[in-house]
Design a protein around this ligand. Structure first.
Ligand code: PLP
Length: 369
């Protein structure tokens, strides 16, 4: 057999949405707005400066970047965030893989509640961590009693929960975080609860960030990314906030100099432009709410969304709808429970194209026997 790949990986396809070159790409929850010329110039100048020192390894502890990230996070919690509580890596995917490398492994388990982000079972598989999957309710919320009971039964080392959830858009209420942190803390060794706030900045008015709960639960980890609200998916920068002892444990498994000098310089420059890069978030939230209402007016089911996408359906043949939209130049994502499709929120022009294309497809569907 060649190549002599691990038994459990044999025949598997790599994760990833189709990258198709179509006019309206609404399939990977990117921010549709790019950086301004001023921001581009600042990033370029910072990277040029970093280039002068490329014969040296970068700051392994990326202290300047962690300090800037801590300052940025402090706006979402009255308790503040210290630099020792922050850790960054190449995308929040790498942050979560590092968490599983440090806290999962053979004889340990990780748990989430489906439907959810399909990378989680891959982190578990790649670190030989047993994967346990609970279920969400029909409205994609969690039954807290059942969820806590599942945690007490399996004693997972890591519970992974996106808030808002991908692909449903569902935010976790603070009491859910508390119930799960308490259930995970009741085993020995304690389990960690990772709240993945990749879409945190898009949450609706009045929905708090789990960052507020960090002083209460030592086993809580909140992850964030610059890929979505921050409009920097190409940068590959994700980070977490947690107890400093959790950051110290990750330090043991991280590769030396995992964050390049170029990445650190570009991320620092992008953070200096945070107000601009985040400026479009409010517009996107408005566009999201209008998209959800419009889909409901078409008689479709739509999950309540605190993110920059909407899950809608249900279709007897969702693949046919996906294909018909693609033929009209609109790429959405075929993901989530059977019958549902997910659309990322784009610019007003992109959403108009999406509405037009979907209207055409729905009329055609109705015309069929
Ligand atoms: C997009 C996304 C991420 C972000 O991944 P990066 O590696 O930071 O680009 C993390 N979690 C969820 C649930 C996501 O949808």
């Amino acid at each position: 057999m060649f190549p002599p790949i691990r038994e459990e990986l044999r025949g598997l396809e790599p994760y990833g949405a189709p990258q198709l070159d179509v006019p309206v790409q609404l399939n990977t929850n990117e921010n549709p707005y790019g950086p301004s010329e001023a921001c581009v110039a600042d990033i370029a100048a910072s990277v040029a400066e970093a280039a002068r020192g490329l014969h040296r390894y970068p700051d392994r502890e990326h202290v300047a970047l962690r300090t800037a990230l801590a300052d940025y996070l402090a706006r979402d919690t009255p308790h503040g965030i210290a630099v020792e509580q922050v850790w960054a890596a190449n995308g929040s995917n790498e942050v979560m893989l590092q968490l599983l490398q440090a806290f999962g492994g053979p004889g340990r388990s990780a748990l989430s509640f489906a439907p959810t982000y399909s990378m989680y079972p891959e982190y578990a598989r790649d670190t030989s961590t047993t994967w346990v999957q609970g279920r969400r309710e029909g409205d994609f919320s969690l039954d807290l009693q059942a969820a806590a009971a599942l945690v007490r039964e399996h004693r997972p080392s890591v519970v992974l929960l996106p808030s808002p959830n991908n692909p449903t858009g569902t935010a976790l209420p603070p009491e859910a975080v508390t119930v799960l942190c308490e259930a995970a803390a009741s085993s020995e060794p304690q389990g960690l609860v990772v709240v993945d706030e990749a879409y945190g900045e898009f949450r609706r008015e009045g929905v708090p960030s789990a960052l507020e709960l960090l002083p209460v639960h030592r086993n809580l980890v909140v992850t964030r990314t610059m890929s979505k609200a921050f409009a920097a998916a190409g940068l590959r920068l994700g980070y977490l906030a947690a107890d400093p002892a959790i950051c110290d444990a990750i330090r043991v498994v991280r590769l030396p100099y995992h964050l390049s000098a170029v990445t650190q310089a570009a991320a620092l420059a992008a953070l200096r432009h945070a107000p601009e890069l985040l400026g479009k978030v409010d517009e996107l939230r408005g566009e999201r709410d209008r998209t959800v209402s419009w889909l409901r007016e078409q008689g479709l089911q739509v999950a309540d969304s605190d993110a920059n996408f909407a899950l809608f359906g249900t279709f007897a043949d969702r693949h046919a709808v996906w294909q018909d939209l693609l033929e009209r130049g609109v790429l959405v994502r075929e993901v989530g429970p059977a019958g549902w499709l997910r659309v990322s929120i784009g610019t007003p022009a992109e959403m108009a194209a999406f509405r037009q294309a979907l209207s055409d497809v729905l009329v055609r569907e109705e015309g069929q026997p």
